[in-house]
Write a protein that binds this ligand. Structure first.
Ligand code: XIL
Length: 299
């Protein structure tokens, strides 16, 4: 096959990218994105600060630009993200307790109702666990509303759009030996045992010198899938973009039947949130990097 999307489709998977609405006027960007990918994640446009800048007043202008581009170009959409400690609007940052819990519920309902039926997977909750060896939840205003905030978010999400797959998404959870991975695993196992509606786990896969790729990622994907959830690689980028690492990650997903697909976190290195890492599959001039060929050949 000659594109990432077509190659991934051979095994029923997708190959996606993050899209920034502000770049949709750049023909080099849209040419590559339109050709190579068949799944789209809005890089920032469906986050809380973008979609509910004032309490109860939703703004879907930028999110709709990304969604409409994706639909016009025949791509599925991953929704990102509904409940997160980061990129909260000021009004939400200053809430706590019951009012914050209610605001979270209202936000999930408002956004998911607008996009109902159009989103393949939603990252309902993002980055709720702490880094390091504690295995604890991350401290945040949402966490301080009570440990059950995550399951409340998932139950609210299921009711709002029953057709969307509901994902929990996090980073530094690719290495099976890490405490954060084990904590996330225990939560998902508990949710499945108690019937909390969760369908998928997203592994961001931002690999760098501090959290490098480890070959036990495949074990992690397998163990989560064995709990009865789908898995997805949701924000892949790799510092320096070594072709071997990109091939390994691709092969890890292909080895797990419940791995739905791979999303890279941007198109060209110059589009990356970490451009100094040159972590993506295309150079700034739009040319394909060795990592691109490695992924294409692995798919
Ligand atoms: C990043 C975006 O790429 C940046 O443009 C923005 O300034 C900050 O957020 N984990 C996530 C993503 O879930 O939403 C983050 O995206 C990267 C880390």
């Amino acid at each position: 096959e000659s594109t990432l999307a077509a190659a991934a489709a051979q095994s029923g998977r997708y190959f996606g990218t993050a899209i920034a609405s502000g770049r949709l006027g750049d023909p080099s960007y849209t040419t590559i994105a339109g050709r190579e990918f068949n799944s789209v994640t809005a890089e920032n446009e469906m986050k809380i600060d973008a979609t509910e800048p004032r309490r109860g007043q939703f703004d879907f202008a930028a999110g709709d630009r990304v969604l409409n581009w994706a639909v016009r170009n025949g791509k599925q959409v991953r929704g990102h993200t509904l409940a997160w400690h980061s990129q909260q609007p000021g009004w939400m940052q200053s809430l706590s307790g019951g009012p914050l819990r209610q605001a979270m519920i209202d936000h999930i309902k408002g956004v998911m109702t607008h996009y109902k039926g159009k989103i393949a997977q939603w990252d309902v909750v993002n980055e709720a666990f702490a880094d390091g060896s504690s295995g604890a939840r991350r401290d945040s205003n949402l966490q301080r509303t009570g440990n059950d905030w995550i399951e409340v978010a998932f139950r609210t999400a299921r009711a709002a759009d029953p057709a969307a797959k509901l994902c929990y998404n996090d980073y530094n959870v690719e290495n099976w030996t890490w405490a954060k991975t084990q904590a996330m695993y225990a939560m998902v196992r508990d949710f499945k045992q108690r019937g909390v509606p969760i369908d998928c786990v997203g592994f961001q896969a931002h690999f760098n010198n501090d959290s490098p790729y480890n070959s036990n990622f495949r074990t992690t994907l397998r163990n989560f899938a064995a709990l009865g959830v789908d898995v997805a690689i949701t924000e892949l980028d790799v510092q320096g973009a070594p072709a071997t690492t990109y091939a390994n990650v691709t092969n890890d997903c292909l080895a797990v039947s419940r791995c739905l697909g791979i999303t890279v976190w941007g198109v060209r290195d110059t589009d990356s949130w970490r451009p100094e890492h040159t972590p993506l599959l295309f150079n700034g001039d739009g040319s394909k990097k060795p990592a691109y060929t490695a992924v294409l050949n692995a798919l």
